[in-house]
Structures are given as C-alpha cells and as structure tokens.
Design a protein around this ligand. Structure first.
Ligand SMILES: NC(=O)C1=CN([C@@H]2O[C@H](COP(=O)(O)OP(=O)(O)OC[C@H]3O[C@@H](n4cnc5c(N)ncnc54)[C@H](O)[C@@H]3O)[C@@H](O)[C@H]2O)[C@@H](O)CC1
Ligand SMILES: [K+]
Length: 504
C-alpha cells in the first residue's frame, strides 16, 4: 500500500525527527536524495547547465543544497532567487562555496538550461504561484529542460490535489519522507510527472494516512480465489438491475463486468434480458421485481435504467445484502434511504452525477475531487467511488464515523477509459467483488484497479498509463481484458495448492 499524509501530519513527524538529529541533517538528507535524482536524469553532471528556482522557504533551501552538490560535481548551477531578501542563507552560502552563482538574467539562463529544479514552494505554499513566479514557471516549461519539482510542483495544493492558478509542470517530482495526497490526485497529479520518494526516516507509525493507493500485492491478496469446495453461492451470486428498452447495452456491459469479476452466477433483472442472454447464455434472467429474482449476495442497480429507476431501486435498497448504486439509480437516491440501511452501500457516481447529488457544478467536483468524495460519503453515510481520472473511493463518513479513515486513490487507468459504457463494466466488476464478500472499500478500489489495468491492456501501447502508443477501445474491449489484468495481478503471487515446484 502506498500511503500519503497531509501537511500537518508531515510537519509533526518532521519536528519529532528533527529534535533527535543534528541541526540541518534532515535538509541534507533531502538535498542528497534530490541531487542524486537530478544527476541520474542529467546522465553526465560535469558541464551540465542547471537552474534553481528558489523561493523564500525551506523548499528553496533544499534546491540550493542540492544545487551545491551538483556544482561540486562540475555542473554549472545558477540560482534564480524569487525574493532575494528572504532566501535560505545556509543553502545560498553552500551553493556559492561550491562555485554556483545567482543569476542576473533569469529568463536567459532558463532558456539555456538542461535541468530546472523547482524550489519555489513546497508544503508551505498556498494558493498557486504568485505573479512573479508565473513567467519563470512558463519559461522553465518552454525551455525544453527537464523540470524536477522539489517535494511537490510549486503551486499545487499538497493536501487536496487542487490547483489554484498556475503551477509548475514537472517531469519528475522528488518528494520527501512520504507521499502527499496532492501527488496522487488530479488535477494536481497531472503536474507531478514521475514521483520519487526520498526516505527521511519519518515515524508515521500511529498517524492515519489521508490517502492510500493499492498496489499489485495488495490487490492480489484481496482478490477472491475459488477453493476446491466452491460452488456458485460461495463464489457469490450478483444481481444486476440495469438496462432498458432504450439502453439494452448497459445491461450487457454490467453483466460482462460481473462475470469477469468472478461472480459464481449473475442474475439479471430488467428489459435487456434478450440482449444479455444473446451475449452471455450463462446469465440467469428474471422479468419481475428484483426481490423475486432469487437469492443474491449483492446487487448492482442503475446502469442504463433510464427514467424508471425508482421502483427497482427501492426494491433493492430494501434488501439486506450489499448494494452498488450507479448512474440512473443515483438520481432518485435520498441520503436518508441509504443511511437507514444496515448492509453496506457503495455509490459510484462520475463527476457530473456527484455534482448533482451535492448540488454543485461539475467543475467544482473535478477541481476538488477529494473534498467532493468525502462530502458525499458523509452525506449518504456510504462508501463512495468517484469515477474519473484518479478515481477515488471514500469510506462512509458523517455522524457515527469518528475515525477518519483514508480515501483510496486508484493508480491504474488511462484516459482511453473515458468511453461510453466503461462505467457499466466497472459496476458489474465491483458488484461481483461485493458478492464474493469483499467490503465496500475493497470491492470498489479493487474493481477500479482491475478496470484501470484492463483499460491499459485493451488500449495497448508501451506508455505507463496506456496512452503513449495506445489506441481507442470500446467498453466491451475493457470487459474482455479484465481476465488478463487479473492474471497479471495474481500470477506472480499465488500458486494453486499442490502445484509441484522446482519444475520451471
Ligand atoms: N521541515 C523539514 O524538516 C524539512 C523540510 N523540507 C522542505 O521544506 C519545505 C517546507 O518548507 P517551508 O515550511 O519553509 O515552506 P515552503 O518552502 O514550502 O514555502 C514557504 C515560503 O513560501 C512563501 N509562499 C507561500 N505561498 C507562496 C506562493 N503561493 N508563492 C510564493 N511564495 C509562497 C511563504 O511566504 C514562505 O516564505 C518542504 O516542502 C521541503 O521541501 C525538507 O528540507 C526536508 C526537511
Ligand atoms: K517545489
């Protein structure tokens, strides 16, 4: 699990550690790690042209000390001071002693730079770049130099991933001690580039992370695996209430997601039965109300239901099994109806649906995704999965949830997933995991992880996020790629009992 901690927690841990170390030791650790990454990116340090953008705080101090280390290895290092009257004095002295200099012509040195170190602001920055810094950030970008952000790209909000005004756009970010939420969540994540964590030795043992991200091993440990005694009920039967005469495809895609998510069986309820059966003869279809469809261990309700979602939604919410509500099921959803349920409820809105539920604009949700998902989870007392770039899953909040558990951010995915029906597949996938017995947080975040990987596999290409060299995909391609994503996750971590070993 990759954990990210908010600024206050980081500051507390830093203070505790600093009290036990000689003065300045922590900053030297940070600067050494930063300089090592810069050297690696430069390849040849001797003779290279490095520019430091130096703000008035310790973030600028890190940049100056790292610059001094590069200057000692023969780099030509120029510091652009944003506020010459307030600069980390020790860092500036170290840079000068190593042969670095303060630049007179900031735009001139930036135009010739090979590597720019962004030390304008770190976790002490507030409210986007100030006016004087904006042309420097733009010049750094336009120069074609590699831009390395110190701790975080200056201007982005460390705690929320919000972006207020202009920010430095980095190719790489060297962050210290722990990940910060803003490095993992859009829109800020777009500015971060590749992230490298430099350990400082912070003790975050008892602190609650603000945000966490599953990794392969976490997902492998959570994915259900059928045992020798499994039958369809032990694997989990999922009920899917989706599709309509107008949108039969949503039914097919949600059922596809559920089957690929490992459901022992899928009971389909709705007007898309013919289309479902034509594509998936193994589905069990039912024409009456969901409550009469037979036993299920979780319900998925909403994709493509159109205008008449209310009756089926009410029927499903009255059940005592986990319920996932998506798309058209979200429109008529009253908070008290969800809060009154004993079994878990998982809501899976996209930004537009989340905005409607919160009574704000879509842009507001997209700009403040972490706040929005927490607010929805508090309003409904339910687990909420907010779809989109860097999908978030928040645990139930509000009254009765004193402990603020971390929000999960999905690290997989690709912009190619922004295609009609993609969310229907995700719903089915998460529903199958709920039916298999995963909690709502795990079901939502594991489904998002697999769905993101499947999107990348389907889109192909060599880029880490499946964009570079990738190609457009349809939602059905994503569903078809889920088994490959699943195998990719578990393949390296598990062997069936009784498998002979030593034969490879
Ligand atoms: N505290 C520690 O032990 C360590 C801190 N480190 C570094 O120190 C940083 C935090 O340092 P600081 O607390 O000094 O804060 P920062 O250096 O992040 O920024 C604070 C300074 O920037 C100014 N400022 C705030 N918002 C601004 C804006 N929008 N535009 C321009 N200037 C703005 C403030 O007036 C203040 O002078 C971390 O991000 C990290 O880089 C590292 O050296 C590791 C150790
Ligand atoms: K920075």
């Amino acid at each position: 699990m990759r954990a990210a901690y908010g600024v206050e927690t980081v500051r507390t841990a830093e203070r505790e550690l600093m009290a036990r170390l000689p003065e300045g030791a922590l900053m030297q650790r940070a600067a050494a790690g930063l300089a090592a990454v810069c050297a690696g990116l430069l390849g040849r340090v001797y003779g290279s042209r490095v520019v430091l953008l130096v703000g008035s705080g310790d973030n600028g101090g890190d940049a100056l000390y790292a610059g001094a280390r590069l200057a000692r290895r023969g780099a030509g290092v120029s510091a652009v001071l944003l506020d010459a009257g307030r600069v980390h004095a020790g860092g500036l002295a170290a840079l000068r002693a190593a042969g670095g200099r303060v630049a007179g012509d900031a735009l001139g040195v930036l135009a010739r730079a090979e590597l720019v170190v962004d030390g304008i602001t770190g976790i002490g920055g507030r409210g986007g770049l100030r006016d004087a810094a904006v042309p420097l950030a733009r010049a750094a970008r336009d120069s074609g130099a590699v831009v390395v952000a110190v701790d975080l790209p200056s201007g982005v909000e460390a705690d929320s991933g919000e972006v207020r005004g202009e920010c430095v756009r980095a190719d790489a970010t060297v962050t210290f001690g722990t990940y910060k939420p803003g490095l993992l969540i859009d829109p800020a994540r777009e500015y971060v580039g590749a992230v490298r964590l430099v350990e400082l030795g912070l003790d975050l043992g008892t602190a609650e992370a603000d945000v966490e991200a599953l990794q392969h091993a976490d997902v492998a440990a959570l994915l259900p695996v059928p045992g020798a005694e499994s039958d369809k009920y032990r694997r989990g039967v999922v009920g899917v209430v989706a599709g309509s005469e107008r949108y039969p495809g949503a039914a097919v895609l949600a059922v596809a997601g559920a089957l690929r998510g490992g459901a022992g069986a899928v009971r389909y309820v709705g007007h898309g039965a013919d289309a479902v059966i034509a594509r998936f003869p193994e589905a069990l279809v039912h024409a009456g109300p969901p409550s009469k469809a037979g036993r299920v261990q979780a319900w998925v309700v909403g994709p493509g239901l159109g205008e008449d979602a209310d009756g089926a939604l009410e029927d499903v919410l009255a059940s005592d099994v986990p319920v996932l509500v998506d798309a058209d099921g979200l429109r008529p959803l009253a908070p008290e109806r969800v809060r009154g349920r004993d079994a878990p409820t998982l809501l899976t809105p996209h930004a537009g649906e989340a905005a409607a539920l919160l009574g704000v604009s879509r842009e507001e949700v997209e700009a403040g995704r972490l706040v929005a998902v927490r607010e929805l989870a508090a309003l409904y007392g339910a687990t909420v999965l907010l779809k989109g770039s860097t999908t978030l899953v928040a645990p139930p909040g509000g009254a009765g949830f004193a402990v603020r558990r971390p929000v999960r951010v999905n690290p997989t995915g690709t912009p190619w997933l922004a295609t009609a029906g993609s969310g229907d597949v995700l719903s089915g996938l998460a529903g199958a995991l709920l039916a298999a017995g995963l909690g709502a947080m795990d079901a939502g975040s594991v489904a998002a992880y697999l769905h993101g990987l499947a999107g990348r596999l389907a889109a192909g290409g060599q880029g880490g996020d499946g964009v570079l060299g990738g190609a457009p995909v349809g939602a059905h391609d994503v569903a078809d790629a889920v088994p490959g994503a699943w195998r990719g996750v578990v393949g390296r971590w598990r062997a069936a009992p009784g498998t002979p070993f030593g034969t490879a």
